[in-house]
Design a protein around this ligand. Structure first.
Ligand SMILES: NC(=O)c1ccc[n+]([C@@H]2O[C@H](COP(=O)([O-])OP(=O)(O)OC[C@H]3O[C@@H](n4cnc5c(N)ncnc54)[C@H](OP(=O)(O)O)[C@@H]3O)[C@@H](O)[C@H]2O)c1
Length: 274
């Protein structure tokens, strides 16, 4: 049985679907089963990565764990090892290698270190920008046909969250990925202007992009994100390193299927923008 943390989220949700369609036994971890909105026949267990003592029931009988970052990895992994878990796949971030001194780089590297020292068989995934970040445009698109973002023409190889999940699925269920660090991107760099156009095509809406200043974006983001995360995110979006803009072949190397484009992600998730 595989325990999936983040099963109500973008990557964990896709992973749950993929593992179930392969016939794997899975269990979904959530802090709030009442809000989880997962299919009725999914085993959903309440637990909080921030309180490892709450994970006993979720970990019982699990042989593998898909782990979201929580800042509490050492204690979570000690619980997992006690429960008999043998394999862990961590969702980390490309920032560990492209900007190791940044807040995002440091917290993910701490999580990776705990995984490496856990004594379990481990695999680390380091994705770059998620295609699903554009879900944050949902409110603007519900209110009208204009999406306002900064850095209109800065392109990043946004990754389909289903492709991150596919790499996780392979690492969790096949041999040959123990001790591997997989850096992951989508197949091509795409700008916010191009993302808005792609969402317009898949939804049949006449959408427009309007560029705003980083200062204005900062104000809007600060309403629902801590200031240091806002700073780090704007830095990443506005001034990517060369490595952050380059597509990598890893998705295809690991899964045997080419990485999907942003437009494919938008088509698969079009209901978020209608
Ligand atoms: N967005 C990006 O561009 C990007 C790039 C690189 C790496 N990442 C990594 O990916 C992560 C986000 O992944 P995502 O988009 O798939 O997630 P998401 O959709 O934002 O959802 C977060 C998930 O984490 C679970 N969770 C949060 N805190 C928890 C806790 N204390 N105990 C148990 N579960 C907890 C939530 O479950 P419940 O609410 O149901 O409990 C939810 O399923 C980031 O945090 C970062 O580490 C993101």
């Amino acid at each position: 049985m595989i325990l999936i943390s983040g099963a109500t989220g973008n990557v964990g949700g896709e992973l749950l679907r993929q593992l179930r369609s392969e016939g794997e036994a899975v269990r979904a971890l959530t802090r709030d089963p009442a809000r989880a909105k997962l299919p009725a026949d999914v085993e959903v267990v309440k637990g909080d990565l921030g309180a490892p003592g709450s994970l006993t029931k979720a970990l019982a009988g699990a042989r593998a764990l898909f782990l979201m970052m929580s800042g509490n990895e050492a204690a979570v992994l000690a619980e997992a090892a006690r429960a008999g878990v043998r394999r862990v796949v961590l969702l980390s971030s490309v920032a560990v290698e492209t900007r190791p001194e940044s807040l995002i780089g440091r917290v993910h590297r701490d999580a990776e270190r705990a995984v490496e020292e856990s004594g379990l068989e481990w695999t680390i995934l380091r994705p770059g920008q998620f295609a699903s970040n554009t879900r944050s445009w949902g409110a603007q698109l519900a209110a009208g046909d204009v999406v306002r973002t900064p850095f209109a023409r800065v392109g990043l190889p946004a990754i389909h969250t289903g492709d991150i999940a596919a790499v996780a699925r392979v690492a969790l269920t096949r041999e040959g990925h123990a001790g591997a660090v997989h850096s992951l991107t989508g197949p091509q760099a795409i700008t916010p202007v191009e993302q808005v156009a792609a969402i317009g095509r898949v939804t049949g809406r006449a959408l427009r992009h309007e560029e705003i200043t980083p200062e204005r974006a900062k104000e809007a983001m600060s309403a629902h994100m801590p200031a240091d995360i806002v700073e780090a995110t704007l830095e990443f979006l506005g001034s990517p390193t060369v490595a952050e803009t380059r597509p990598l072949p890893t998705v295809e190397t690991v899964t045997g299927k080419p990485a999907r484009t942003f437009e494919e992600w938008a088509r698969d998730n079009a209901e978020a923008f209608r």
